[in-house]
Design a protein around this ligand. Structure first.
Ligand code: SF4
Ligand code: SF4
Ligand code: SF4
Length: 429
């Protein structure tokens, strides 16, 4: 069935935001945040840059990252209109879809504890009417057309994620200005532009610190299980695991729906992470009861750490490897090698982490991005020097502290591609 898609004429759009107002008027009974946003390139009107606008909402992609990654199965596609619809009563407020969507369409409503987004006005479409945003545009910049109405030929600055096959086609050269012949504005203008247009980061260490503790504790407990020997008091081990799980649920908008997090094992790494982490804890209890071999629990723990790293693949951008020294699996392997006194595992995982850490810092320094020298010295001393020089107990403590610092940097460096960030980057080129 040939469902509709948006068509946007950048040469016609004046940035009046009537589309966004029309969306609000239509959906204000259920909308707490804007579902359609008008982005402006060069909002401070630098004379050496063009000015154009992009009116963006959800594009009801053919391969929707939101639907595939949502652990709760809260997204469905409407078979009649092709709209990708979120069912708020199934959303647990984990915000993973807001990380996965490169178009910044799903918005987390702190008021509701759930995510909301554009519905493609599917009830209007089903009645043969155009969406409210299209109806309100006074200059015909926004329209709809059949999805097979020809290939998209214009890629505006600030728009990416074509691999999802978004249901939008752009027209108008205004949205794709040629930058090659643009004179360099000079260092002062460049710095001012980047300061004035810096977009709000989607993931912050302050907002996600509970996940830092969860992933670090999971790595420590897995390493402890893998190293074998005396695991210490069951209450301490299992209590730490339970605390980690509770902390991971603490950042949910609707924690009472946490059970829904394992409903999309078919395509969501977040579902797999939660199932494997829970399985690790259950098997660990079996180890203490003498019913399960420790290797089975340790293997499940490492699988959970692998899943943790896969969850963040939508956000981590550290070229050229997209590997980070603070990855949870590497942390678990390194600590397991240290605790077990296995020089091969410790040197192998530690060597990879050290290489990735130094490489990243050099890469950041070359690109003018902050490298935090004091933190780097503390991280290197605790995580790499202490294990090489100190006794086993101090070595393990140093590794945990070093990896915790690295994990904090990991969260601070996660980058979500958004239209606003891409537009700001293009304006600063
Ligand atoms: S634009 Fe984003 S929210 Fe909309 S269908 Fe595509 S991935 Fe999902
Ligand atoms: S459960 Fe998470 S991923 Fe799914 S819709 Fe809600 S916030 Fe988005
Ligand atoms: S299609 Fe409807 S819900 Fe989506 S942005 Fe337009 S008016 Fe809003």
């Amino acid at each position: 069935m040939n469902t509709p898609r948006f068509v946007f004429h950048a040469d016609r759009c004046t940035g009046c935001e009537a589309c966004a107002v029309g969306c609000w008027m239509e959906n204000r009974a259920v909308q707490t945040l804007p579902w359609r946003k008008v982005h402006t390139f060069n909002p401070h009107r630098r004379p050496d840059l063009p000015v154009f606008h992009l009116s963006l909402a959800c594009h009801h992609c053919a391969h929707p990252a939101c639907l595939e990654n949502c652990p709760a199965g809260a997204y469905r596609r409407d078979p009649v209109t092709g709209a990708v619809i979120i069912h708020a009563d199934a959303c647990l407020g984990c915000r993973y879809c807001t990380w996965a969507c490169p178009h910044d369409a799903p918005r987390f409503s702190a008021a509701l504890g759930t995510v909301e987004k554009c519905t493609f006005c599917s009830s209007r479409l089903a009645e043969g009417r155009v969406p409210a945003c299209v109806a309100r545009c006074p200059v015909d910049a926004l329209g709809i057309e059949p999805r097979d109405g020809g290939p998209a030929t214009v890629t505006p600055a600030g728009f990416h994620g074509w691999e999802l096959e978004p249901g939008i086609r752009f027209e108008g050269e205004a949205a794709a200005p040629r930058f090659a012949s643009r004179p360099d504005p000079g260092p002062i203008a460049r710095v001012l532009t980047s300061l004035l247009t810096v977009p709000e980061p989607r993931i912050t260490l302050r907002g996600e610190w509970t996940l830092v503790v969860f992933t670090t504790l999971l790595a420590v407990l897995t390493a402890r299980m893998a190293a074998g020997g005396n695991l210490g008091p069951p209450a301490l081990f299992l209590g730490a695991g339970a605390a980690a799980m509770l902390l991971s649920a603490a950042h949910l908008g609707r924690p009472e729906r946490a059970w829904r997090a394992v409903l999309n094992l078919r395509s969501s790494w977040l579902s797999r992470e939660i199932l494997l982490a829970s399985g690790f804890l259950g098997l660990s209890a079996g180890v203490f009861a003498g019913l399960v071999p420790a290797w089975a629990a340790a293997l499940t723990g490492f699988a959970a750490l692998f899943a943790v790293d896969r969850v963040y693949r939508v956000a981590l951008k550290v070229p050229p490897f997209n590997l980070h020294s603070g990855h949870a699996l590497l942390n678990g392997l390194y600590l397991a090698g240290i605790l077990e006194g296995n020089a091969y595992v410790a040197a192998g995982a530690g060597g990879v982490k050290l290489f990735l850490y130094v490489y990243r810092k050099v890469h950041f320094a070359r690109r003018g991005r902050g490298v935090r020298p004091a933190l780097s010295v503390a991280r290197m001393a605790a995580g790499f020097l202490a294990p090489a020089l100190a006794g086993p107990a101090w070595a393990a403590a140093g590794v945990v502290l070093g990896d915790l610092l690295d994990r904090c940097e990991y969260y601070d460096e996660l980058e979500i591609p958004t239209p606003a960030a891409a537009l700001a980057e293009a304006a600063g080129r």
